[in-house]
Each structure stands twice: as structure tokens, then as C-alpha cells.
Design a protein around this ligand. Structure first.
Ligand SMILES: Nc1ncnc2c1ncn2[C@@H]1O[C@H](COP(=O)(O)OP(=O)(O)OP(=O)(O)O)[C@@H](O)[C@H]1O
Length: 225
């Protein structure tokens, strides 16, 4: 049996505002195995972003635990949590968050430099990743000089910068037309095969099911396998 890399146990998240209380996650249990390509589907407001943010430790749960292998992530001090976030997880968001003032290579280098990689090594790997995603001919372009689908490809390259074990993607094709969305998804599937990276991708698009090893449905904060 393949190894479980990320495991959620009875995850709960409550958002409390002054006069409101939203139970966004109501006891989620989920295990992601090494190299799996999984989708997280559910209506708007069902809890997809909340779950991905907590799995990636960008946010803390109200209750429950997240394990990376045997490590209880939220019991770690912030510094170790930041290390996990930077080295083990890659994020792709609906909006790409690329920096327009920097070239594509420089954008992909950022997470490596933050992790302390030497500049030359970071540049080499950024160029390699951009070649891998089919943008080797656009290395010194800036984000505003490329298309929406290309920007999302760069965001994926950036997510892979530190060779993460897990990529969490939150509606990565939400802003793209159907054809471009398909090509971005196909690219993620190729990278999953090539590097053995575990993917969990939140999406509304049911056409993508054929790409997936697993499809999880979330409804009102409850996971239906
Ligand atoms: N910071 C917050 N404060 C209060 N409520 C929140 C907050 N973030 C999310 N929620 C609520 O929690 C629930 C789950 O939201 P979440 O963003 O996880 O859903 P989602 O499935 O990702 O939706 P979408 O597909 O529209 O992005 C929703 O009812 C939402 O309104």
C-alpha cells in the first residue's frame, strides 16, 4: 500500500464574526497518498478553499488535526510550520499572483530564494521548470506579456519550485476558458506522472473527473467520498 503523505482527522473550522457563526468544515477525514491525483468538488461556499488552506497550513483549524506523515502539523512551532509550507507544499490559486515587475524566471525563483537556495541553482531550476511546462521560449518575458493560460502554467511551475511532495490547487482553472482549462489540467496531470507529486485540486468542473484517481465531494462542510 502506498504511503499516506497528508491526512486530515476530524477537521473542523468555525468562522466567528460579530453577529454570525459559520461552520465551514464539520469533521473532515481525508488521506492523500503519495503520487495521487485527486479532485475536490463542491458548490460555491461548500468549504473547498477552507479545507485546502488548512491542509496547506495557511490557516488553522478550530478542531481536529492534520498530519504530514507522522507529524502533527499544528502542534509544531510556527518556524517549523513555515518550513513545511515552503518546502513540502506548493500552492496554485485561481488568481496567479505573479509579480509583473519580475521576469517569468525570477517569479519561479522566488520560493527557492526564500528557502535559501543559491541564486544560480534557483535560476537553473526555474528555467528547467519553465521548459517543462512549455514556456522555455518565454523565460525573460514578464507576466503581463503572456496569456492567462500561460500565467497559470507559470504559477504551477512556481508551485513546483521547491520540489514539493504535495500541490494544493484552489480553482486553478476558474478564470480560464474551457480549452485553456483543459490544457492546464493536462499539464498538472503530466507533472503528477513525471515527478510523482501528490495533487489535490478544487474545481467546479466535472469534465475533469476523468483525470483523477479520486474525486471527493464536499457539501456544507461535510466530505462525501
Ligand atoms: N473569513 C471568513 N469569515 C467568515 N466566513 C467565512 C470566511 N471564509 C469563508 N467563510 C464561509 O465559510 C464557508 C466556506 O467557504 P469556502 O471559501 O471554504 O468555500 P468554497 O467551497 O471554497 O467556495 P468557492 O467555490 O465559492 O470559492 C462559506 O459559507 C463562507 O461564506
Amino acid at each position: 500500500m502506498s504511503e499516506i503523505v497528508l491526512k486530515a482527522v476530524n477537521l473542523r473550522k468555525v468562522y466567528e464574526t460579530e453577529n454570525d457563526r459559520v461552520e465551514a468544515l464539520k469533521g473532515i477525514n481525508l488521506s492523500l497518498k503519495r503520487g495521487e491525483f485527486s479532485l475536490l468538488m463542491g458548490a460555491s461556499g461548500s468549504g473547498k478553499s477552507t479545507l485546502l488552506h488548512i491542509l496547506g497550513t495557511l490557516d488553522r483549524p478550530t478542531g481536529g488535526k492534520v498530519f504530514y506523515k507522522d507529524l502533527d502539523l499544528f502542534s509544531l512551532p510556527e518556524k517549523e510550520l513555515a518550513f513545511f509550507r515552503n518546502k513540502k507544499v506548493g500552492f496554485v490559486f485561481q488568481f496567479h499572483y505573479l509579480i509583473n515587475e519580475l521576469s517569468l524566471v525570477e517569479n519561479v525563483m522566488i520560493p527557492m530564494l526564500l528557502a535559501g537556495a543559491p541564486k544560480r541553482k534557483a535560476k537553473e531550476r526555474a528555467e528547467y521548470l519553465l521548459q517543462t511546462i512549455g514556456l522555455g521560449h518565454r523565460l525573460s518575458h514578464r507576466p503581463f506579456e503572456i496569456s492567462g493560460g500561460e500565467k497559470q502554467r507559470v504559477a504551477i511551475a512556481r508551485a513546483l519550485a521547491n520540489d514539493p511532495e504535495i500541490v494544493l490547487a484552489d480553482e486553478p482553472t476558474g478564470n480560464l476558458d474551457t480549452e485553456t482549462a483543459k490544457s492546464v489540467l493536462t499539464l498538472m496531470k503530466e507533472l503528477n506522472r513525471k515527478f510523482g507529486t501528490t495533487f489535490l485540486i478544487a474545481t467546479h468542473n466535472r469534465e475533469l473527473e476523468k483525470f483523477a484517481d479520486n474525486v471527493y465531494f464536499i457539501k456544507d462542510g461535510v466530505l462525501i467520498a
